[in-house]
Design a protein around this ligand. Structure first.
Ligand SMILES: Cc1cc2nc3c(=O)[nH]c(=O)nc-3n(C[C@H](O)[C@H](O)[C@H](O)COP(=O)(O)OP(=O)(O)OC[C@H]3O[C@@H](n4cnc5c(N)ncnc54)[C@H](O)[C@@H]3O)c2cc1C
Ligand code: FES
Length: 257
């Protein structure tokens, strides 16, 4: 399948958005078919790091054959640290687009992103047609992508230290602003997704969660990334789904988190 082939791509530009957060545009054939909520697997050029790093697609520019990713450097000498040092003209291998993506519903929506779960919300906000309320959570005032999201919907910010917007998390921001929606899209840390799932169940709202798990192959072959599901997986015949292949986006009621 063409989308599983490794592709050598070129960095168009890279910039720092906040402390340890970087944005990068790459020229890639993956832009032709990519949809919001999908991800790419990015290989480092360091031979000692064999596995690719899964990174969500933040923006899609089909006209110019380009994708944008926004990533957090997780520590010194990591793959993401290598990506943060790349410059325009540098080359790297990727595979993608991978995974399923968010179903686009024309309904009053919450787009919820926590920390490094915020990037996929930008392309989703650009493509969704209905009323959009974008609720994003940060640790402190060192925010990123908020100004760009504001051009695509009404943005509500929550910060853990209360320096901007609601003090607390995204659920606190929903309560404080008395917001409501008919469909929820969310990506972020598991405790946040758990709270959103509970909120959606209590209020009977259709809810799609983008899950994150450590990955190895990234294409559905190794079962490193399974999550527990209600239904049996036809691939392994157990109550599992592979986040890289069957997800990363799941209907909240399908998965146990
Ligand atoms: C579907 C999906 C989308 C993601 N989107 C983004 C994004 O848009 N921006 C962003 O900053 N991060 C994103 N992540 C997390 C990102 O993949 C990890 O932070 C990154 O792989 C860590 O690599 P490293 O080189 O910094 O760390 P290392 O410690 O060097 O990584 C070692 C190995 O563990 C794997 N690994 C470590 N942490 C994770 C993790 N949390 N998830 C999956 N694999 C991991 C790496 O891929 C690598 O194979 C996403 C993860 C998934 C599963
Ligand atoms: S990472 Fe191998 S099956 Fe998902």
């Amino acid at each position: 399948m063409a989308e599983r082939r490794k592709e050598l791509v070129e960095v168009i530009s890279k910039e720092a958005l906040a402390k340890d957060i970087f944005s990068m545009w790459i020229r890639t054939d993956a832009a032709k078919t990519a949809v919001p909520g999908q991800f790419i697997s990015m290989y480092t050029n360091d031979g000692s790091k064999l596995l690719p790093r899964p990174i969500s697609i933040c923006e899609i520019d089909k006209e110019n054959g380009a994708l944008r990713v926004v990533y957090r450097v997780t520590g010194p000498s990591t793959g993401t640290e290598e990506f943060s040092r790349m410059q325009a003209g540098d080359k790297l291998y990727i595979i993608g687009p991978l995974g399923n993506g968010f179903p686009l519903k024309e309904k009053k929506a919450f787009l919820i992103g926590g920390g490094i779960g915020i990037p996929p919300m930008l392309e989703l906000a650009k493509q969704l047609k209905g009323e959009k309320q974008i609720i994003i959570g940060y640790r402190d005032s060192d925010t990123f992508l908020d100004k760009e999201l504001e051009q695509n919907g009404k943005v509500y910010i929550a910060t853990e230290d209360g320096s901007i917007g609601t003090k607390g998390n995204v659920c606190d921001a929903i309560r404080e602003n008395a917001l409501n929606a008919e469909v929820i899209y969310a990506c972020g840390p598991t405790p946040m997704l758990r709270a959103i799932k509970e909120y959606a169940l209590e209020n009977g709202i259709e809810c799609y969660l983008s899950l994150e798990e450590r990955m190895a192959c990234g294409i559905g072959a190794c079962l490193a990334c399974v999550c527990k599901t209600k239904e049996k997986d036809e691939h392994s015949n157990v109550n599992n789904k592979r986040i890289c292949k069957d997800g990363p986006v799941f209907l909240a009621t399908e998965v146990e988190i």
